[in-house]
Design a protein around this ligand. Structure first.
Ligand code: ZN
Length: 433
């Protein structure tokens, strides 16, 4: 690797350029928020992808639109359209890729402003997707454009993608593209995902996820003579009791070396997402008929650590259920997998993590924190399908505001993160480490 000296005046010029584009950054964020890309159902993906693609094509990017045909939710009414834009440098070199999801969750209630009006107030842009993650997407676009305009002699290529369906698993977005080589070497070397993780933190990965359905079975009988039947709800009660007695304490004892934030997520967790037994719930005021519940269904959301093996995670639940089957008369169950994600963690010494950390030190004058996310995001697909390890999440916005009413992104944070992204990309293109 040639040791390329970087003229500090170049860096000053780049940063002045970005700081001078604050108004443009706000306007782009507003334009993105005003396209309500709500998922589900996956609304307005085409105009949002085109907004990004048209802008970058004008700047000399080669733009591709890739529809993930046949993936969950894809239809002519709601096509899963992704946009990928690539800008070639003056000579061969590595590729730095900024990946943002363009979908947002539903607005929900409780807003004090119109969630899709992109109101600017008190140094913030408000709206659904402001922090998760249209502010980060806009910051990455402005950062990359400034890097190109700065006239720095940079090798390699820069890519920006706007991908769909992250909020529903990413199957029509990053997973689909990764399966087709868009997130693998030699096309891409380094990936930054501008998710809202605060401007001074580098997110190197996330925990694993296992969603499953547990069903207990019983035998229907008249409610006045429950002894003639067998209640699936009581069997499920036994499952809950066993979870409280054995499983929850065991999960609490499993701690991780992953720097997960918040700290409560540094152990294995289990959420009982939903529970329903017996007759369908009705809200029409009518009375139920008296029957013993012959089935009960629980959905569990188990988050696991990089130190755990998914087979063991599933085995632990199966052991609990098998234990009950041995001890409890009439206990019968089904356990069905719904969804799983393997934990992912990039080495904090990896080039992209170090480039972001150095840039944070220079722009913010403070020491960056390396963290992991309690939930998962598209890094899983880049790691597992694309086999690309050099990937982090870094972007403006406060994670806790994601999916909440009155979601916002701070304008200062967007400008700061654009500076960090531009410096990190420059270092990665120049092969500085
Ligand atoms: Zn997100």
């Amino acid at each position: 690797m040639t040791a390329l000296a970087v003229d500090p005046r170049d860096e000053d010029r780049l940063r002045t350029l970005i700081d001078g584009r604050e108004a443009e950054l706000i306007a782009l964020t507003q334009d993105l928020i005003r396209i309500p890309t709500v998922n589900p159902p996956g609304d307005a993906y085409v105009p949002c992808a085109e907004l990004i693609g048209t802008r970058l094509a004008r700047r000399g990017f080669e733009v591709s639109y890739v529809r993930a045909e046949g993936t969950p939710g894809d239809s002519d009414r709601y096509p899963r359209v992704n946009v990928i834009a690539r800008h070639e440098g003056k000579r061969p070199g590595p590729t730095v890729h900024f990946n943002s999801h363009i979908d947002v969750v539903e607005a929900g209630g409780g807003w004090s402003v119109d969630p899709f009006a992109a109101v600017v107030k008190d140094g913030r842009v408000y709206g659904r997707g402001a922090c998760d993650m249209k502010g980060g997407l806009a910051a990455s676009i402005v950062a990359v454009e400034a890097l190109i305009d700065s006239g720095l002699d940079l090798p390699g290529a820069i890519e920006i993608s706007g991908t769909v369906d992250e909020e529903s698993g990413g199957f029509g977005g990053v997973a689909y593209l990764a399966e087709r080589g868009w997130f693998s070497k030699p096309r891409v070397d380094h990936v930054i995902i501008p998710e809202p993780l605060n401007v001074d933190r580098v997110c190197i990965g996330h925990r694993g996820v296992w969603w499953a359905e547990i069903k207990t079975k019983g035998r229907i009988a008249h409610g006045s003579m429950p002894f003639l039947g067998d209640s699936a709800v009581r069997h499920m009660g036994a499952v809950l009791e066993r979870m409280e007695r054995d499983l929850y304490p065991a999960l609490k004892r499993k701690t991780t070396a992953m720097p997960v934030v918040p700290e409560g997520a540094r152990e294995s967790t289990l959420n009982i997402n939903s529970l329903h037994g017996g007759q369908a719930e009705r809200d029409d005021g009518g009375l139920p008929s008296p029957v013993v519940a012959d089935s009960c269904r629980m959905i569990i959301d188990r988050r696991f650590l990089i130190e755990e093996d998914i087979a063991d995670v599933k085995g632990e639940m199966r052991d609990l259920l098998n234990g009950l089957a041995r001890e409890r008369a009439g206990f019968a169950y089904e356990l069905r997998d719904l969804f799983e994600v393997i934990p992912s963690m990039t080495d904090p010494e990896a080039p992209v993590a170090q480039a972001a950390a150095r840039a944070i030190r220079r722009v913010l004058k403070r020491e960056p924190a390396f963290i992991c996310s309690p939930g998962s995001y598209d890094q899983k697909h880049i790691d597992r399908i694309g086999r690309l390890k050099d990937c982090i999440a870094y972007g403006p916005g406060i994670l806790d505001l994601a999916h909440q009413p009155d979601e916002y992104v701070e304008i200062d944070a967007m400008v700061q993160s654009a500076n960090v992204m531009a410096l990190a990309a420059r270092d990665l293109l120049l092969g500085r480490s």
